[in-house]
Design a protein around this ligand. Structure first.
Ligand code: CU
Length: 224
């Protein structure tokens, strides 16, 4: 993991995947597969017995992802007061485990990660929360669990480590930009442009420099 947010990985439920975990840090590390039901040896939690990935070393693991749904991975070392260690370093990323049968009907599927820091640690500012004003979000799943009664809401409010899966019907043509306020972070993937009605991506990214930016998660539901 070398950037934040780390890349999304998509895998199929029940299909084994092999992952090479490289640790470029000076201390032993662990990658924990949040929310998956997998053996201790690969789960990524030292307290359960997973071996560490040695400093500047590598460990190859094979796991069979399950259950289906929107998960994530993150370091699992105890950072304590060291803000350069563990999840403080921002090294987390989404994991989507596709169900065997995907009932979703959508044109585009987007995975997004938010960041939020204590103001004294923030280097580029957090993300404003006004993306897609005028659209509504049909929340179909929370922390990968399908909600009993999907509801349309005008705003998504999300906390640390939470995941929201929502469907948005795009019926206000234009260029909608969401992303980090820091140019550098946005250039590294903390931002996205949603456009329709013929506006160019280049024009949209130009606007990204000037607009107040927010970020929401637009994910399709999934089920086992
Ligand atoms: Cu976790």
């Amino acid at each position: 993991m070398a950037s934040s947010p780390a890349r999304c990985c998509v895998s199929k439920k029940g299909t084994p995947v092999t992952v090479d975990i490289f640790n470029d840090t000076d201390t032993p590390e662990l990658v924990h597969w949040h929310g998956q039901i997998i053996p201790t040896d690969v789960d990524g939690s030292a307290e359960e017995g997973t071996p560490y990935v040695p400093a500047h070393g590598m460990r190859r693991i094979t796991l069979t992802p399950k259950p289906a749904g929107f998960r994530f991975y993150h370091p699992h070392v105890v950072a304590e007061g060291d803000l350069n260690r563990g999840t403080y370093s921002g090294q987390a990323g989404p994991v989507y485990i596709e169900p065997k049968n995907d009932p979703g009907a959508y044109d585009r599927e987007i995975f997004l990660t938010l960041k939020e820091f204590e103001p004294t640690f923030s280097q580029g500012g957090d993300m404003a929360m006004d993306f897609l004003t005028g659209h509504s979000f049909r929340v179909v799943s929370l922390d990968r669990n399908p909600v009993p009664n999907p509801a349309d809401v005008p705003v998504l409010w999300i906390g640390t480590a939470e995941r929201i899966s929502a469907i948005v019907e795009m019926h206000h043509p234009g260029v909608w930009v969401m992303g980090d306020l820091a140019d550098d972070d946005r250039g590294h993937g903390m931002g996205i442009v949603v456009e329709y009605s013929g506006r160019s991506r280049q024009a949209a990214m130009g606007q990204a420099q000037a607009l107040p930016l927010g970020l929401h998660d637009l994910r399709q539901n999934s089920s086992d």
